[in-house]
Each structure stands twice: as structure tokens, then as C-alpha cells.
Design a protein around this ligand. Sequence first.
Ligand code: SAH
Length: 228
Amino acid sequence: MHFNILTIFPEMFPGTLAGGVVGRALERGVWSYDAINIRDFAINNYGSVDDEQFGGGAGMVMRPDALGAAIDSVKNRGKIIYFSPRGPRLNQHMVREFAADADATYTLLCGRYEGIDQRIIEEYDIMELSIGDYILSGGEIAAQVFVDSCVRLIDNVLHGGAESTANESFEIGGLEWPLYTRPSAWRGRKVPEVLLSGHHGNIERWRKQQSDAITQERRPDLIKENEK
Ligand code: SAH
């Protein structure tokens, strides 16, 4: 999988993506990225890529001429995604679809300031994608969320392979059951007996019950979604 990342802060990459299983996958060449500095395509020698908003109002907007030149510099773009609170909210189902082709290329556009000129979105038929209902100061963290969530689904990135991704929250039709590890007693708190029993049928039933109860209590919307 390859990501072209358009940003005015290329030094923010790989950032969090250098660590853990995703970082090891980067070293192994399972995925790669180019961080392209939008300022290299600035409209003047001061490195300007933004300007005042037509119609007035506080905050700057990223200019289409600078952004267009930056996008044009990328030869193999694949799908272009602009991270924006206006897009559909990324969820695990969508991540599965993005990650289905391990050889896919994505071009990720990280906004700053108030956002980007609308004409860029139309000119390049760009998909907008939100990572949640809150405002970040830039799209770089959103891009890292996107890359991390996609890459960990590629075969052989996680130790447990397909089983460990299939057993997680959202994948199991709800939220994960409570997790326990050694020691079996800690500060007087014991691990539920059933998990020490070695009885796989009972363990599976307990996990399902717990998962259902937690999902019902915390995210009833997920249950409705599954019934659709
Ligand atoms: N004026 C915009 C917010 C701009 S925030 C609005 O009201 O919708 C600056 C940049 O951060 C955006 O261009 C976008 O790239 C990124 N960003 C902010 N919040 C985001 C979110 N929830 N999901 C994805 N990207 C986001």
C-alpha cells in the first residue's frame, strides 16, 4: 500500500506511524509513503499557500493554485482523500474496504487553516473523510489515523493475523469483552473464574454475553446498525 501525503508539515510523518506493528511493516516495505510539502508549490517566494476568504470572515483558506500544483506533481495518485469534518465519518467497515487491496495507492490531503478552496474538491473529484465530530487544527493526525487503521489490516502486519483483527470491537458486531492477563489475582481483584476454567464453550458464551451487555449499555446505535 502506498500513501502520497500532501501537507505543509511533512516532518510530522511518519510520526506515530513509525512505532509498533505499523512501523515494523513500514520497515519491511509492506507499505510506503511520500510526504509532499505543499509549500514547495507556493505561489511566491515567501511560501504562501493560503489566502483570505472570499466573502469575508476570519481564517485563511488554502489556495487552489498551490494545492493543484502539489497534486499534479504526484504521478500515481489513486483515490484522493481530503480529511474534513464535512466528510462521512470513518468507521471499521469503511477501513476494511480501503484496506481490501494491499497494493492500493491513496493520496491524502491534509488541510490547515479553515480548509481548502472548494474548486480543488470538484476539479479532482476528491473524497472527503472525517475521523469524528470534533475539529482538529490540521489533517495530519487524521491522515495518520487513516494509514494506521488500514495498514494493520494488511495480511501479516499483526502477530495474531486475521484472528486478532476479526475479534476486535466493531468487527464482532459490537464492543469487545473485558480483557485479563496475569497475575490471576491483583490487589485483591480476581480474574473471572470462567476464563481460568479452560472450558472453551463457556468462555465463548461469557465473552459474547459481556460484549452484548457492554454494547447495549454504551453503544446501542451499533446494535441497530447490525440489524439493518
Ligand atoms: N473550517 C473547518 C475546520 C478546519 S480545521 C470546518 O468548520 O469544517 C483544519 C483542517 O483540519 C481541515 O481542513 C481538515 O483537513 C482537518 N480536520 C479538522 N477536523 C477534522 C476531522 N474531524 N476529521 C478530519 N479532518 C479534520
